[in-house]
Design a protein around this ligand. Structure first.
Ligand SMILES: Cc1cc2nc3c(=O)[nH]c(=O)nc-3n(C[C@H](O)[C@H](O)[C@H](O)COP(=O)(O)O)c2cc1C
Length: 172
């Protein structure tokens, strides 16, 4: 079972989390990109405006996912939703590689109410994937390590289940 991390990060925070997860699972990273949201004030304003309107936009993924058996998908929280590039990627993707975990970073403001329904809809066969939600401040703390340990264990059990299901299908 080969895996891959897919991440969007406008200002580098979620990218750091993606790198930590890639090291834990020994898998490569593919990055979602768009030129629309630079890291400055204009990028911030556009990000907020687009997220509130839940627009979709063309995004690129580099390198391509290739022959992965499972994926972890991550990005920042924007206006309490999955960020626009992550949503756009989800809506445009043509493969059906199961997303076995979701990770987000946020500034810690407000409850990310809207995101829960979006994450529920992502999982294979209606199973809500494990969700690792860290704030920027938590990222390099012992608390984050504990949360990442729990997330890793849950994802590994989903990977095992997916592997068993795949083997059963092959044998059938
Ligand atoms: C337009 C916009 C809206 C945001 N809305 C939220 C929010 O609703 N809740 C939250 O906790 N953080 C929010 N944030 C903060 C980001 O989620 C946080 O800074 C994140 O770690 C940035 O990740 P990145 O560096 O990978 O882009 C928002 C940031 C932007 C740009």
């Amino acid at each position: 079972m080969t895996g891959r991390i897919i991440v969007y990060s406008r200002t580098g925070t979620t990218s750091r989390l993606a790198e930590a997860l890639a090291a834990r699972f020994s898998v490569p990273i593919s990055r979602i990109a768009t030129a629309r949201y630079g890291s400055g004030a204009l990028g911030y304003a556009r990000a907020g405006f687009d997220s509130l309107r839940q627009v979709k936009l063309p995004v690129t993924l580099s390198p391509a996912v290739g022959a992965a058996d499972w994926v972890l998908l991550g990005g920042p929280i924007w206006t309490s939703y999955l960020s626009t590039p992550v949503r756009s990627y989800l809506e445009a993707r043509t493969d059906d590689i199961p997303i076995l975990g979701v990770f987000t970073t946020g500034g810690g403001q407000g409850e990310p109410d809207n995101i829960e329904g979006q994450i529920k809809a992502i999982g294979p066969n209606g199973a809500t994937p494990p969700w690792l939600a860290l704030t920027r401040e938590q990222l390099d703390t012992a608390e984050a390590t504990v949360m990442m340990d729990a997330f890793e264990a849950e994802v590994r059990s989903r990977i095992e289940q997916a592997g068993a299901a795949q083997a059963t299908r092959r044998d059938a």
